[in-house]
Design a protein around this ligand. Sequence first.
Ligand code: 5AD
Ligand code: SF4
Length: 419
Amino acid sequence: MNVHESEKLYASFAARGTVPAECAEEANVIVLNTCCVREGAETRVIGNLGYVKKLKERNKSLIVAVCGCMTQQADVAEKLHKRCPFVNVITGTYKLSRLPEMTEKAEKEGIFILDLEKDESVPRGANEAMRRTPASAFVNIMYGCNNFCTYCIVPYVKGRERSRNAADIECEVRRLIDEGRREIVLLGQNVNSYNDGDTDFRGLLDRLSSLPGDYWIKFMTSHPKDLSDDVIKIIAERPALAKYIHLPLQSGSDRILALMNRKYDITSYMRKIDLIRELMPEAGLTSDIIIGFPTETEEDYEATENAVRRVGYNNLFTFIYSKRTGTPAAVMDGQVPEPVKKERIARLIDIQAGIANAAAKKCVGKTYRVLCDDSDGGRHTGKTSDDRVIVFDGEARTGEFTDVIVTHAKNSKLYGKVK
Ligand code: 5AD
Ligand code: SF4
């Protein structure tokens, strides 16, 4: 999601005549668009600012701005200002499109600007973005989140859930398809609760998958409590809807899911998985898992292992629980020691590798429709409808669909050739 925020940032700078620099050393303005979902992301920003400080010592007229989730937190923004007084502009998540004006003002008037004001209005019309990938395009359908999972900082820094107008989304998607994009990825913290007052998520998928052209639509992220049977059914029915669902489980233990405030249990999650498998046996499924949520026991962890084995995800994004100040979980008793978390996550990664390797072997000999998204000297990379990556040889053009036969698998990686 932050990648797309940065694409929109590029567009708002470009609209005022600013062009991207070849490298940080040549830039007049440097913007750090931050994330704070886990501590690691915040640590990286501090590291990058150390380098930017050196650049500013060499080039006094350099303007530095920090924006995004991390600095939307007022205390973090204040600390950052004290620690890095060379930063000229600090803003959060709400006013990204105004950042070019802010950096110009900071430069002209030689002042420091801090703007963390909340603005939950949803702009009308198509979003302008400087998309870097020719084959694929991200499209926001909603912003914010109402779920307040107890580990998560997002609702505090991105505000309440609000949906873009369906006609605006349709217009943007139509334009992207007309420009030749073959993959549209709809974005939202919880796309299943999309509702603009007239159109719900199923309705939006209906409208978008009825547009003319050769393309597929993917979306993320789905919340298991809100993924409806109707949405699963329309994905199965429509060729333009990719057979891929990212459905974060977070934990396989009902006790931990309740503490996380996820509002589903493992039985209802598996019921949805079973329906997906029944209607789309070849669908690709991926998930996010948090290891070491407060009070997680070995038994809870094993329940997660079992769930992961039962589903057989294409891919798993595993995270060590990271304390986020201001969230309920940060002050829960029973924080799990770091070495225990590390040992558990290593085990889960190992199990998932085994599952992914076995699944990859089963793909050998099969032919997939692949969207080629990168080419380098006759060797291409592309993605399937179920979101597997295939490296392949033969005649193919970036941004086009090609039939590829999988010739071999190395661990979980697939290799093939144009059919
Ligand atoms: N610690 C670890 N992982 C987290 N995520 C969100 N908050 C935290 C946290 N405090 C993970 C969740 C979410 C993904 C985007 O990041 O798994 O689905
Ligand atoms: Fe965070 Fe939960 Fe909202 Fe996802 S659904 S952004 S994990 S609060």
